[in-house]
Design a protein around this ligand. Structure first.
Ligand code: ADE
Ligand code: ZN
Length: 331
């Protein structure tokens, strides 16, 4: 008998570890570290999560991240997310972290890096969840600050597979970071970038042509440029789409209006991801369930999305193959 679709093996390729900070942990870490929060309960934190755009979310997200102080805090944060992965059949995850959110508060690279990577190692042995780490530059800060962050990361390069670009998109095009990404590639890092979440298709072109990205994070606005869609299809450049995020940040008004199914029908390599699950109402399984019901996806389309998640990952083709074969048994 065929297994239920809820057990599909999946990879997650777009998750900001700081965005997995649940209100319960935020309040507990604030207490542990003697930090005052502008909320008097877990419920009040959750009630504040009403956003009208990306910036209104980022303001709360950066404020929330301030409770993260010690190596143990970063371990606990990462471990909680990885336990969710194990429970939701996420077998592999490629995790973003934002060094500048922490180093600009005086937290040493060594502190957050050790906490995160120790949890990743434990997840491999204790939960059977594999992972990779992607360092994101905050694009609202300067290119010089990004370059300094890259230099801080060089001693840790064996544990970081790629660099990415996140934070406020509008007004901060990929071209601003061309020199940093040139250097990162010369140092052996792969590249990805958020583009076409709120920003125009030209930012996606820049990410491809100037930053030479392997994947586009979000990318949903590509449909506004038919030549871009054609290019993305021809080169099968993956889009790491984040459905619940896009609704919470008002990129689409309702899930029924989300263009994920349309993107798949156009022949694009689309993956489903959670982005900032603690802020947007769900982890990977909830994102799958939401698009399945709102867009009436077929079982074949769900299996396709799961296959895409491994094919678009930084796992080697040989590492991807067993997952793809396992997914074939669902068809
Ligand atoms: N940082 C965390 N989540 C983000 C998102 N959805 N877009 C840009 N930067 C982010
Ligand atoms: Zn993101």
């Amino acid at each position: 008998m065929r297994s239920p679709l809820s057990t599909l093996p999946k990879a997650e390729l777009h998750i900001h570890i700081e965005g997995s900070l649940e209100p319960e942990m935020m309040v507990a870490l604030a207490q542990r570290n003697g930090i005052a929060l502008p909320y008097d309960s877990v419920e009040a934190v959750r009630a504040a999560y009403q956003f009208e755009n990306l910036q209104s979310f980022l303001d709360l997200y950066y404020a929330g991240a301030q409770v993260l102080q010690t190596e143990q805090d970063f371990y606990d944060l990462t471990w909680a997310y990885l336990q969710k992965c194990a429970a939701q059949h996420v077998r592999h995850t490629e995790i973003f972290f934002d060094p500048q959110t922490h180093s600009d508060r005086g937290i040493l690279f060594e502190v957050f890096h050790s906490g995160i990577t120790q949890a990743l190692k434990d997840a491999k042995t204790q939960l059977g969840v594999s992972s990779a780490l992607i360092l994101c530059f905050l694009r609202h800060l300067s290119a010089e600050a990004a370059m300094a962050t890259l230099e801080q990361a060089l001693p840790y390069r064996d544990s970081i597979i790629a660099v990415g670009l996140d934070s406020s998109e509008l007004g901060h095009p990929p071209s601003k970071f061309q020199a940093v990404f040139d250097r990162a590639r010369a140092e052996g890092f792969l590249t990805v970038a958020h583009a076409g979440e709120e920003g125009p298709p030209d930012y996606i072109w820049e990410a491809i042509r100037l930053l030479k990205v392997s994947r586009i994070d979000h990318g949903v606005r590509c449909v506004e440029d038919p030549a871009l869609v054609e290019y993305l299809v021809e080169h099968q450049i993956p889009l790491t789409v984040c459905p619940l995020s896009n609704i919470k940040l008002c990129v689409f008004d309702t899930m029924a209006q989300h263009n994920l199914k349309h993107l798949m029908d156009l022949g694009l390599c689309v993956t489903v991801n959670s982005d900032d699950p603690a802020y947007f109402g769900g982890y990977l399984a909830e994102n799958f369930a939401s698009v399945e019901s709102a867009l009436e996806l077929s079982p074949e389309q769900l299996v396709q999305l799961a296959k895409n998640s491994f094919r678009a990952s930084f796992l080697s083709p040989a590492e991807q193959q067993p997952y793809v074969e396992e997914l074939e048994t669902y068809n």
